[in-house]
Design a protein around this ligand. Structure first.
Ligand code: 3PG
Length: 307
């Protein structure tokens, strides 16, 4: 009987685990659960004899993949797969997949929620500001970026987008106004929503040079990855632009500096919260389980990311 491991340091909602179990057991496979593990050795021993695994932001590096001797498929229940060592997966003949779009709405709602929270001074009772008629630049117009844009339009924001991989007509069809360059986006928009993946090209790519071109009362909203920020540049922006605020789903490494020097100009979630809703857990978890079943039963490799 095939074994499917769900390894989640940050567990899915119980309903999602139940739904995953149903898909796995209906296919005649066994579900193995490793939740809230505290060290990598637990993960390494859990993967030893499983045929498939579902993870979230859990690190599937070479050591983990090398220890998974029977593993044929690993599915990241979510969008970003920067936590999987794709070269090691390929070398071990393991198919790696993600589940694009399944948790996007949760991330988009969090981005907008955090923007309102900051605009209202964290609900401290003082007069804040509104989002209506403010400019929002979506940096990368994928599933999350597109949803953030459509919620923002409902609020009455002016929404612009830049994405070198998406045609301008598709950005327009998605409800945003395309701009020609990333520089133009930052120059034009008071709010910037970061939705780029963490890759070798994007890591540390957002720093003082581009942030400093943002208009007055600039707000950077990061529901992507902390790694895309050049933190030296971020600190310089905090220092030289007292009007600047930074909101991020997960704190930067330089959190202590920001906390001590700029207490009212940031908000960071204590743990990555973007996809942490019951709905997103269920959608992404079920999609991951179904992709595993379809892979074993029918050889389906849609959403493979290590081709
Ligand atoms: C994603 O890439 O799908 C999100 O960052 C969610 O990550 P999580 O599953 O760890 O919450």
């Amino acid at each position: 009987m095939k074994k499917v491991l769900v390894a989640t340091e940050k567990p899915f909602a119980a309903k999602a685990v139940k739904a995953i179990r149903e898909v796995v057991e209906n296919a005649g496979y066994e579900l193995v659960l490793l939740e809230k593990y505290t060290d990598k050795e637990q993960l390494i021993s859990a993967v030893a004899n499983v045929d498939a695994m579902i993870i979230r932001s859990d690190i599937a590096d070479k050591a983990v993949l090398d220890a998974a001797k029977n593993l044929k498929i690993i599915v990241r229940a979510g969008a970003g797969y920067d936590n999987i060592d794709l070269a090691a997966a390929t070398a071990n003949k393991v198919v790696a997949m993600n589940t694009p779009g399944q948790n996007s709405n949760a991330v988009a709602e969090l981005a907008i929620g955090m923007m309102i929270y900051m605009a209202r001074n964290k609900y401290d009772g003082k007069a804040g500001t509104e989002l209506r008629e403010k400019t929002l630049g979506i940096h990368a117009f994928g599933n999350v970026g597109k949803l953030i844009g459509s919620i923002a339009k409902g609020i009455g924001m002016e929404v612009y987008a830049f994405d070198p991989f998406i045609k301008k007509e598709d950005i327009i069809a998605g409800g945003a106004t395309p701009v020609d360059s990333v520089e133009e986006l930052y120059k034009k928009c008071q709010y910037i929503s970061l939705n780029i993946p963490a890759t070798d090209q994007t890591k540390k790519s957002i720093g003082y040079k581009i942030l400093s071109t943002m208009p007055e009362n600039a707000v950077l909203v990061n529901t992507a990855r902390k790694e895309v920020i050049d933190e030296e540049g971020l600190l310089k922006m905090f220092e030289l632009r007292p009007d600047f605020k930074y909101i991020s789903d997960i704190a930067p490494d330089c959190i202590a500096d920001i906390e001590s020097k700029y207490p009212n100009r940031y908000f960071f979630t204590p743990k990555k919260m973007g996809a942490q809703t019951s709905e997103a857990n269920i959608n992404a978890g079920i999609a991951a389980a179904r992709q595993i079943v379809d892979f074993f039963k029918k050889g389906v490799t849609t959403f493979q990311v290590n081709k």
